[in-house]
Design a protein around this ligand. Structure first.
Ligand code: ZN
Ligand code: ZN
Length: 401
């Protein structure tokens, strides 16, 4: 049997709940290209993690790729660090970090430091990019606007590493508890944070700012560990196209190549034509291309139905450019639902189509959650997807004789 190539399109926050006249945005919007996929593909619904679980984007992507988060989730910090292009070594701790403003009692005044610019944050980061404290080495890198990552190298404690970020304005920085075998690291993080405050407070960029970027708050700590690479596990050379750092980080974590596409922003304005064009080129040399589109999730969090409808039209146009790929199966699904009525992720399953395969006709003609629910795939869980992909792309053998 010919082994087909695989294009996995992940539409972040794809699923919804009724927003008008009992219908979801997918039911209310014309999607000629996706409808064509439905007429010659298999479809169903997918619980990206498990029935009843509200998925995070990080855990659900890992599960969909067959890396069950219970075993493989390293925490958000390492994924963000990998996404920022940092090469992590085994046993290093990574945090998500952000510039913020505190008063002289370390109470948080603004969690984004008055929306410090990427350029200003970069210049500030130079002042704190490397420090050695009590045997721990700290590496800081700024990314976009107030965001950044902190990597810590040194002896690991046997317990969870807390956030210093209080996650609310008006509250003080949370100093990590110096207890048990985590005491030395806790003290080092406290000293680091105070030294950052000292250095940033006197920085000339901050002297004129009403809200000085005078501290770095830490959250999402995790310890990096290598995992079995995607190619070794599935026999497919894989790459990823995504705008957001998290998704690039997830791809790097499982050993995919990450291809930067100009205009792929991870926002509403992302250039989906450019992404489709890049995906068409990449599928010539890779066996597996993961194409991630973020905008619908953003619109869901904003409760913006109109923007979700616009994104659906844009995504359908993008998919229209990918209908004729030779010897390739297309898998179109999402990582979770983000209904604009909830302005948050929800546990409802997401639609899924596998196109470019021999399929029975279950009669659905319109791409949407409800019609997908009538298909052959029924309701699968995210960790079953790779097995299906292997079978539909001709990579499995008979089980038994
Ligand atoms: Zn997501
Ligand atoms: Zn989200």
């Amino acid at each position: 049997m010919v082994k087909k190539k695989v294009m996995l399109v992940i539409i972040d926050g794809i699923g919804s709940l009724p927003v008008r006249d009992g219908k979801t945005e997918w039911e209310l919007t014309r999607t000629p290209n996706l409808d064509r996929f439905m007429r010659c593909g298999v479809y169903g619904l997918m619980y990206s993690i498990r029935m009843g679980v509200i998925p995070g984007s990080d855990t659900s992507h890992l599960n969909i790729l067959g890396y069950t988060p219970e075993k493989y989730y390293p925490g958000r910090g390492p994924l963000e660090a990998l996404g920022a292009g940092i090469v992590l070594k085994e046993g290093e701790i990574a945090f998500r970090a952000n510039f913020a403003t505190v008063d002289d009692m370390f109470n948080v005044i603004d969690r984004r430091a008055g929306r410090v610019s990427t350029q200003e944050a970069y210049l500030l980061s130079k002042e704190i990019e490397h420090m050695v404290i009590d045997g721990y080495e700290f590496f800081f890198k700024s990314t976009i606007e107030h965001r950044g990552v902190l990597v810590v190298r040194g002896k690991l404690p046997g317990r969870h590493i807390e956030d210093t970020d209080p996650h609310e304005t008006g509250k003080p920085v949370v100093w990590p508890k110096p207890s048990g075998d985590g005491a030395r690291l806790a003290n080092a993080i406290t000293k680091y944070t105070k030294e950052v405050y000292k250095r940033l407070s006197r920085h000339n960029i901050n002297t004129n700012r009403k809200l000085p970027a005078n501290i770095v708050l830490l959250r999402g700590a995790g310890v990096y560990k290598k995992v079995e690479p995607f190619e070794k596990r599935y026999g497919m050379r894989a790459c990823c196209i995504a705008g957001g750092a998290l998704y690039k980080g997830i791809a790097r974590y499982v050993g995919m190549d990450v291809i930067d596409v100009k205009g792929a922003t991870g926002g509403y304005d992302s250039d989906l034509d450019a992404k489709a064009h890049a995906a068409r080129e990449l599928i010539k040399t890779y066996d597996f291309v993961m194409l991630h589109v973020k905008g619908m999730d953003n619109a869901g969090h904003d409760g913006n139905i109109r923007m979700r409808v616009n994104m659906i039209k844009k995504i359908d146009r993008m998919l229209g450019k990918l209908t004729d790929l030779k010897d390739t199966i297309m898998v179109i699904t999402g990582d979770h639902s983000t209904p604009p009525t909830k302005m948050a992720h929800s546990h409802e399953p997401v639609p899924i189509i596998i196109y470019g395969v021999e399929a029975r006709d279950y009669g659905a003609r319109k791409f949407c959650e409800v019609e997908c629910g009538k298909g052959e795939l029924g309701r699968i869980c995210g960790d079953q997807l790779m097995q299906l992909i292997l079978s539909y792309s001709g990579r499995t053998e008979k089980y038994g004789s």
